[in-house]
Design a protein around this ligand. Sequence first.
Ligand SMILES: [Cu+2]
Length: 221
Amino acid sequence: MHRNLNIKILAVGILLLYLPALAAAGKLTGIVKVKGLRSPANILVYLTKTPKSAVNIAGTQFVMDQQNLTFLPHILPIPVGATVAFPNNDKVDHNVFSLSRAKNFNLGSYKPGESKTIRFDKPGMVEVRCDVHAEMLAYIMVMKNHYFAVTDSRGRFEIPDAIFLEQSGIDGAANIPPGKYFIKTWHEKLKTKKQAVVVSNDEPVSIQLDLTRGTPSVLYK
Ligand SMILES: [Cu+2]
């Protein structure tokens, strides 16, 4: 009887020891440092050469808002096949369009309070502009998997970005399976950084990426 109890306590103890590691496994966190740019925010960080990700995009709701002659957010990563709404929450008409190879579209001019949607069916970078306001510019990054994040105001990121995915209608997105991948960055004014990264089941992975000004390379080769 006593012996059984002891074994049980031992088992629970071992489980508790391992739980923190299990919870963090398959998560990749890090920080991006930039030279020659005021802020390390709005940098896309993503993994390539991953197994196919199986996120359900049926109920997703991604939004590229228009407020005060600005697209919000500035950079919006979405899984390939997802739809993006472009609500006009401004006081003037806008005409959203793109000439990008991954998606060439023109929503035409539409009024405050109206919204239009577009489905993005090819991976790649989509430069979004407004035909009325030349200063309006944003990027929709159509991603091959859900292992991506956009840096916050301090340059921090976590892949996958569970909060962003959940807010966008993707529940229970899987963490990164153990393996060796490439981590890459994309920002319109920063040289793309690409480095190998190993994700294991044993411990969380944390890395620092140092970026300099320059022209980014394409999202996928
Ligand atoms: Cu506009």
